[in-house]
Ligand binder design. Structure first.
Ligand SMILES: Cc1cc2nc3c(=O)[nH]c(=O)nc-3n(C[C@H](O)[C@H](O)[C@H](O)COP(=O)(O)OP(=O)(O)OC[C@H]3O[C@@H](n4cnc5c(N)ncnc54)[C@H](O)[C@@H]3O)c2cc1C
Length: 678
């Protein structure tokens, strides 16, 4: 365990006897190296702080890098002796452009907390001279009003942000270093004692950020909290500001994104990042069911079980309602009714494509990324939408605690996450991602015991992936990976403790419930008929009216809409795109899978509506055995079917009563009038 105190996954450099000198001597950046011993108890305890520090200053690494070297490893004995390391841990600063015999400067302070070490790193950088200044480190000294005021009103190709602060504040220098790897913005600092600057800009509270825009205008940056994290986040999110440097490591080469794609000719879809788009969720399901799953020609054993579980959670928890839920319900009923332990993928596809022309079942067959659009083909898209889908499902499970009742998942502690884990492990195209996720799940998923914890675990896990991938090849420069939600989305989610950013988990949970809740789902750009639960009317929903979607809640497994909804999904753009039902329905792989001889349409007996009854009807068309799936072809759900049967029985009883009534009357009449021959 000691040897693995730090791994390649950590945001720091792991040095060894062979790499120490080449790394720290004559380097273009300064270095802070912790010499530790993997058997030293304190080093083990301290490792989490060191990792957190490395994460905190990850974006500074072109100015000053963070590294570790394990002196307990045999191959490092000599180098630790050469550098005179007697105690563990020992922190050494190495100047940029240092000589090969530079053994660094030891930090001897007792306070080794993140804020202290981070501020020492800033001081150490400032101690460089002009001659050995790290190549890419921007100036950290304050600018004067004489240097800054002439910039007012000038046009430029970038933003200039000026952090105005008290002399003992580190915020300005930390924000300068935080933005080191971003193009499109230059950060300077100025001191609160500079009266002419304050008088001209009208700044009265410190620290403050003043922004000079490329078009020559200028304004004070509005932040809810005057903290480093808020200033840095807001500046990174300015339009046109992008991460500049791309490091090779960290990500997995973006091959998750490479699976997907938006033709570069496709028009950009404007969207609001405070909303979640149904079009993304539908595109995720479309890609998952029609592309990702297609690589498995048959589903059996663990794969089949995982797929059933996935369909179950989507059928029970997907909030969009309407035809997607109806499709997933139908798929689920079919899967559950199958007596087979092996099914061809083609059978699933036939159902997804609704070859049986079941009324109201529809899933758009195109990728329409909205909140998951990438700035170029191969970025974002499917993996983004898969995260989004599972965040939505964890929140829906919290909102509908009984939704998974009477399913095989009811007794699992964190059913949505367990299904996600199994799905990612079994089907997700990015193998490396799957391994990372599985590792994380194996480490901590057993601690998740409640629905709230499910939501928070996934959020936290996603942020860990974001942190790891920041600056990697799979990062879209227009959507830099950063701790989420940003202060702009949720200011109350962020706090600072001892100078270090911390999350207010309670506020994060409330935010996630709202953000991924059914009320925040926008049907804009969706091609699928909607039956949305009544949302709290976000600003622009013109599309919804155009689509004419009912707003009632979901009613039962049939997904036929709730109050305000209708049994048949209304005719929408999506529905219009479906071809009219043909007279003759082709024999589908679904029927093949179920061993049906198929052929004729609804009236023909063995086709989609032809059901062989509970035992025989294994296809989606397999009879009324599991809730009368065949009857869905007429637009009826199982409640409707029960009502029909009830009505039928009542009618029979009524007719029988009439029959006996008239029979008794005629007997009496015959007796009274003594006409037995009539
Ligand atoms: C389970 C899983 C594991 C993955 N592992 C890897 C990996 O190991 N290596 C690799 O290179 N790629 C991995 N990926 C892909 C990677 O995480 C991104 O999905 C991909 O790079 C696209 O990034 P994005 O910018 O669209 O944002 P994403 O990270 O995909 O986020 C999508 C959206 O979710 C929201 N969001 C962001 N963070 C959070 C959060 N913490 N909580 C809730 N919502 C959030 C934002 O609105 C964001 O736009 C994985 C994907 C998945 C689904």
């Amino acid at each position: 365990a000691g040897a693995r105190l730090y791994t390649e996954e950590d945001p720091l450099v792991i040095l060894s006897s062979s790499s120490l000198k080449p790394t720290v001597s004559n380097s273009s950046s300064a270095w802070l190296v912790q010499f530790y011993s993997s058997w030293c108890g304190h080093c083990i305890q301290y490792s989490s702080t060191w990792k957190a520090l490395a994460q905190d200053v990850k974006d500074w690494d072109q100015a000053i890098g963070v590294a570790v070297l394990d002196c307990a490893q045999e191959e490092n004995f000599d180098v630790c002796k050469e550098y005179g390391i007697h105690f563990y841990p020992t922190f050494r600063y190495f100047r940029a452009h240092g000589r090969p015999d530079d053994q660094g400067t030891t930090y001897r302070g007792a306070d080794r907390e993140i804020q202290t070490v981070r501020q020492l790193m800033v001081n150490f950088l400032q101690n460089h001279t002009k001659l050995d200044w790290p190549d890419l480190c921007p100036p950290l000294e304050p600018y004067s009003s004489a240097e800054l005021l002439p910039l007012l009103g000038q046009r430029s190709d970038h933003y200039t942000a000026v952090i105005i602060e008290e002399p003992d504040s580190y915020v300005g220098r930390e924000v300068i270093l935080d933005l080191l790897q971003y193009s499109g913005v230059v950060v300077r600092r100025a001191l609160a004692a500079d009266r002419p600057l304050l008088d001209t800009l009208g700044v009265t509270a410190f620290p403050s950020a003043y922004l000079l825009l490329p078009n020559g205008t200028h304004t004070q940056l509005a932040v809810q909290k005057r903290l480093r994290f808020f200033f840095s986040s807001l500046l990174r999110l300015l339009p046109g500001v992008q991460r500049r440097a791309r490091r090779g490591g960290g990500g997995d080469g973006g091959h998750t994104g490479a699976l997907t794609g938006r033709p570069s000719s496709e028009a950009w879809r404007d969207f609001d990042s405070s909303q979640v788009y149904l079009a993304d969720l539908e595109s995720a399901l479309h890609y998952l069911l029609r592309v990702e799953l297609a690589t498995h020609s048959t589903l059996e054993g663990e794969e089949l079980k995982t797929f059933k579980d996935f369909v179950t959670i989507v059928a029970k928890l997907y909030p969009g309602g309407g035809s997607v839920v109806k499709l997933m319900d139908t798929l689920l009923e079919w899967l559950l009714s199958l007596p087979l332990d092996r099914i061809p993928y083609q059978a699933v596809l036939d159902l997804v494509d609704n070859k049986m022309r079941i009324s109201g079942v529809f899933l758009g067959a195109e990728l329409r990324w909205v909140g998951c659009q990438g700035s170029r083909v191969g970025l974002r898209g499917y993996p983004c939408s898969l995260w989004t889908l599972f965040h939505v499902l964890t929140v829906q499970h919290d909102a509908m605690p009984n939704a998974l009742e009477n399913t095989a998942l009811e007794d699992e502690a964190a059913p949505v996450l367990q299904v996600m884990r199994r799905y990612i492990r079994t089907f997700f195209g990015c193998e490396q991602c799957g391994r990372h996720f599985e590792q994380a799940a194996a480490d901590s998923l057993h601690r998740v015991q409640s629905r709230e914890q499910q939501i928070v675990w996934l959020w936290n896990q996603h942020n860990m992936v974001n942190n790891r991938l920041a600056g990697s090849l799979s990062e879209d420069p227009l959507f830099p990976k950063a701790p989420w939600p940003s202060p702009a989305l949720c200011a109350s989610c962020h706090e600072e403790k001892d100078g270090v950013h911390v999350w207010n988990q309670e506020n994060v949970l409330s935010f996630l419930r709202k953000h991924y809740g059914a009320g925040n789902l926008s049907p804009k750009y969706s091609v699928t008929p909607q039956h949305l639960p009544a949302p709290p009317a976000p600003p622009s929903r013109p599309q919804e009216d155009r689509l004419g979607g009912g707003r009632g809640g979901r009613a039962g497994a049939g997904g036929g809409g709730g109050a305000g909804g209708e049994k048949q999904p209304e005719k929408t753009r999506g529905a219009e795109e479906q071809p009219a039902a043909p007279q003759q329905v082709e024999r589908t792989a679904v029927q093949e899978a179920a061993g049906l001889s198929g052929g004729a349409g609804p009236a023909g007996g063995a086709g989609p509506a032809g059901g062989a009854g509970p035992a025989g009807g294994a296809g989606p068309a397999g009879g009324a055995g599991r809730g009368g799936v065949w009857a869905l072809a007429l637009g009826f759900n199982s409640v409707d079917m029960s009502l029909c049967v009830l009505l039928y029985v009542c009618s029979c009883l009524f007719l029988m009563l009439l029959f006996f009534f008239f029979r008794v009357r005629s007997r009496r009449w015959k007796l009274r009038h003594n006409r037995p021959f009539v």
